[in-house]
Each structure stands twice: as C-alpha cells, then as structure tokens.
Design a protein around this ligand. Structure first.
Ligand code: ZN
Length: 95
C-alpha cells in the first residue's frame, strides 16, 4: 500500500446491486485482482443475510467514486456497470 491514486485516474471499484434495484460502489482499488478479492470477502460477509447484493467490477475514477458516495440508494441507469469485466475475472478464477 502507500501508493496513492490520482483523482482523475481510473481504477477499479466494486459495484453492489441490491434486490431493490439500488446500487452502490464500494472497495475502490487499483487493480482488477484487488476488486475480485474484495468481492470474495464481501460475498462471504453477506452470505447469511436475508438479502444479498450482486457484485460487479467497474472502471471508475476516484473523483466519480467519491461523488457517488453522496448518492445513497442510487438508481441512476447511467452509472458504470461492469458485467463483461466480471465475467473475465470469473473465468480466470475457475481455472
Ligand atoms: Zn449510481
């Protein structure tokens, strides 16, 4: 750690999509592998919850990530989604 991420530089974040169709971004990290590890831990955390989020990895800048913190229960359709990236990660992990 200790390596800072410039606000304008895109990095990776984990997107949680909830059953009520809201979403949030958590786990801003520098690498896709870091985001994948975050998802594994987060899945374990929510495993026994009455509802669970769907996870995705998105490419996002730190600035956008910070701005999104101020939008709780966000339902905006134009927020980044990353299903194709997530599929790539899953395939790599299943090997
Ligand atoms: Zn949003």
């Amino acid at each position: 750690m200790g390596e800072r991420i410039e606000p304008w530089r895109a990095a990776f974040a984990v997107r949680r999509d909830w059953p009520d169709r809201t979403h949030e971004f958590v786990g801003f990290v520098r690498t896709e592998a870091g985001a994948a590890r975050f998802i594994e831990a987060d899945r374990a955390y929510w495993r026994r919850a009455p509802w669970r989020p769907d996870h995705g990895i998105v490419v996002i800048s730190l600035r956008d990530f910070d701005l999104h913190r101020h939008r709780p229960m966000c339902r905006a359709p134009d927020c980044p989604t990353g299903s194709s990236t997530v599929h790539r990660v899953r395939r790599r992990h299943s090997r």
